[in-house]
Design a protein around this ligand. Structure first.
Ligand code: C2E
Ligand code: MG
Ligand code: MG
Ligand code: MG
Length: 289
């Protein structure tokens, strides 16, 4: 039984654990079909300039609409895809779709795509991406790759080589969920990241009464400046967070306050609406002057 190892001891047969393993198994099996059945799609979340509210670009976020279960979040299937190797095919799908969609958006708009470590480190990643840009006639300056700090833990020489290759192509590089790992300033500076994305956990802590959170954000902004990188705050939900982030020197923001991730058709409609109604889509600017 699950208690075979003794009272209060976890055994590998614990029912909750086997349920989780079974779920992961199911996800893996279904994920193969998801690619075939065309159940994966991208949503786009706006990134706005704090000063004007203008949308300057979007982050592409993967969505899975399973034919029976409906929507399954990336937090549940990306780790499985990374483990079983399917992340390569899924990653190829994401980058191709992003390049195709860039062609349907105004030329000044940029899009960032999340790339897993396994995908980044795969042989030929840079060469394949170069071919994709050519094939889809995408200006490389319009594409940004987001990686997390976990990428920097191992094999820095290899990471440096790949990053240099991407830079030669003309693609920008962002470090995602910044502040949750332990990358140091010299590594960041050496790798010449273009953007630091301040993790939502810092943004969540921002309130008028918590000075330490504001100080933390200001120090990340300072760090970014010192390595000549830009900052984007993630997960901005309230007017108060917006005001405090702006005061701390954060110039670009992303979060539900400005827009949730939406299908391409919705962001195209929104862009048209913004032109027609001026700043009607930017109520967050109203109380800020
Ligand atoms: P991430 O790259 O840090 O993306 C930000 C996440 O925060 C997204 O969750 C987004 O929907 C959510 N978010 C944005 N603004 C707000 C807000 O104001 N409030 C709250 N509560 N959440 C907000 P999502 O779409 O569920 O994606 C989760 C993670 O899955 C991503 O985190 C990224 O690490 C991964 N992911 C998503 N798409 C891809 C992909 O195409 N490839 C890879 N490798 N990973 C992906
Ligand atoms: Mg991201
Ligand atoms: Mg993030
Ligand atoms: Mg994240």
């Amino acid at each position: 039984t699950s208690r075979a190892a003794g009272r209060g001891t976890w055994s590998i047969y614990h029912p909750e654990m086997s349920q989780m393993a079974a779920y992961r198994h199911w996800v893996e099996a279904e994920l193969y079909g998801a690619l075939q059945r065309d159940e994966l799609s991208l949503h786009y979340q706006p990134k706005v300039l704090a000063a004007t509210g203008e949308t300057i670009g979007y982050e592409a976020l993967l969505r899975w609409n399973h034919h029976q279960k409906g929507s399954i979040p990336p937090s549940e299937f990306i780790p499985v895809a990374e483990q079983c190797g399917l992340i390569q095919q899924i990653g190829d799908f994401v980058l191709r779709r992003v390049c195709e969609d860039l062609g349907k958006l105004p030329d000044h708009i940029t899009v960032s795509a999340n790339v897993s470590a396994a995908q980044f480190n795969r042989d030929g990643f840079v060469a394949n991406l170069g071919r994709l840009l050519t094939e889809t006639e995408t200006r490389p300056e319009r594409l940004e790759i987001e990686v997390t700090e976990t990428l920097l833990i191992r094999n820095l020489a290899e990471v440096r080589r790949i990053m240099n290759g991407l830079r030669e192509l003309g693609i920008s590089l962002a470090i995602d969920d910044f502040g949750t790992g332990y990358s140091n300033l010299s590594t960041l500076s050496e790798l010449r990241f273009n953007t630091l994305k301040i993790d939502k956990s810092f943004v969540d802590r921002l309130t008028e009464s918590d000075d330490s959170a504001s100080a933390m954000v200001a120090s990340i902004v300072g760090m970014a400046r010192s390595i000549d990188a830009g900052v984007v705050a993630e997960g901005v939900e309230t007017q108060e967070q917006f005001t405090l982030l702006k005061a701390a020197g954060c110039t670009v923001m992303q979060g539900y306050l400005f827009g949730k991730p939406m299908p391409l058709s919705a962001i195209k409609a929104r862009a048209g609406e913004a032109r027609a109604t001026g700043d009607a889509n930017m109520p967050f600017l109203a109380s800020d002057n």
